[in-house]
Design a protein around this ligand. Sequence first.
Ligand code: GAP
Length: 449
Amino acid sequence: MASPPPDVMDKLVSLCKRRGFIFQSSEIYGGTGSVWDYGPLGVELKKNIKDRWWNAMVRSRDDIEGLDAAILMHPRTWEASGHVAGFVDPLVDCKTCKGRFRADKLEDARCPQKPSKQPGQHDACQLTEARNFNLMFKTHMGALEESASIVYLRPETAQGIFVNFLNVQQSMRQKVPFGIAQIGKAFRNEITPGNFIFRTREFEQMEMQFFVEPGSDMEWFAQWKQLRMDWHLALGLSPERLQFHQHGAGELAHYARAAFDVTFDFGGTLGFQEIEGVHNRGDFDLSQHQQFSGKKLEYYDQLNNKRYVPYVIETSVGADRVTLAALVNAYREESVEGEDEGRVVLGLHPAIAPIKAAIFPLTKKDGQPEMAKHIMNDLRMAFPMDYDESGSIGKRYRRQDEVGTPFCITVDGQSTGDQTVTVRDRDTLAQDRVDASQLKGYLAAKLVG
Ligand code: GAP
């Protein structure tokens, strides 16, 4: 049996900070609990993942439209969706240490005063009765802080799609079956966030609701389940680290007729965890919004002269969680032949790597820096590039390996004579000699996919 993947989370947290991927939010003030900022390389990585999703879900299909709905929605939205009454976790407080824990996940928590025990197991623990805690962040709209002005930061992007169902369908003349997709921030006041960017209080979702005729829903559900798994595989996540998890009757959310999670093996104690949910939501959401708004949200099928409230197949994936999966999947430490020091490599799929190619002059003289900068300026509008002339060439390679740069281009003594450069492959370490004028096409061909 294959051994479980190693726990690389602590190493990744450190690498991400040191190399400009992810920083703790408001770090100089001691940090904000489970909120993270994406640095220069992190923002490129996450953007590449979001672009791939957008291209797969919106750009490459005629039957899905894009949307960017507002974060603040009418408060009735959240009554209709069931979030005001039901988006709760059971919470217990400890009167001794003032810690707060999820009553249904005590086994996953540690007593702050005796970390070898779970809350409630240490003699000094005084846990209260469990009470329901709503995970939505509340704020006020307008100048008056009164109950009538309460609004919520959306806990999912999906509701912005449901309330715009007819706007999109009619303005774009779409026919059922069709979908609406959006990428945006969501907020949850999680009681036990953690594991770096795995569970945070502010995060980004990439959600798509596919509206279908009742009766055809299970067929579409099966199709979307497979399409979404294929997307994760195409992102480079290892097949052996991906699995489906089917929700049993007791696990199903209040809106779901059927649900599968795509789970990824994060290694260590975290193991397999949900990165995406594929749900058959039936007509729950559109019917609820019809009832609460008093507005019809039916589709008129002209061809068959019938009206109905469509069923919805939802695919819902966290941009941050997939970013973490991509990082965990990519991290490796290996020895290098002929060298004492090994190397750390982020073997990211080239399409999502934050820097596509780095360029180095071998020495700081003989016109090499000038030629390297000229090449860099020529390529930078096509590919995110990095220029580095400091330290030995070996050190420069290591710096790029650690952030997942697929190609390193070196301008050497031969280059200024015959206008060729070497291109070194991050994974195979093979070096090709390439005509400098052919670099754009050479890199483009290697970076597709
Ligand atoms: N509209 C359905 C929905 O929101 P969900 O299972 O609650 O379903 C979907 O969330 C995805 O959003 C999850 O699979 C995960 O990737 C991401 N997600 C949810 N809560 C998160 C959190 N606190 N931090 C980071 N990502 C989160």
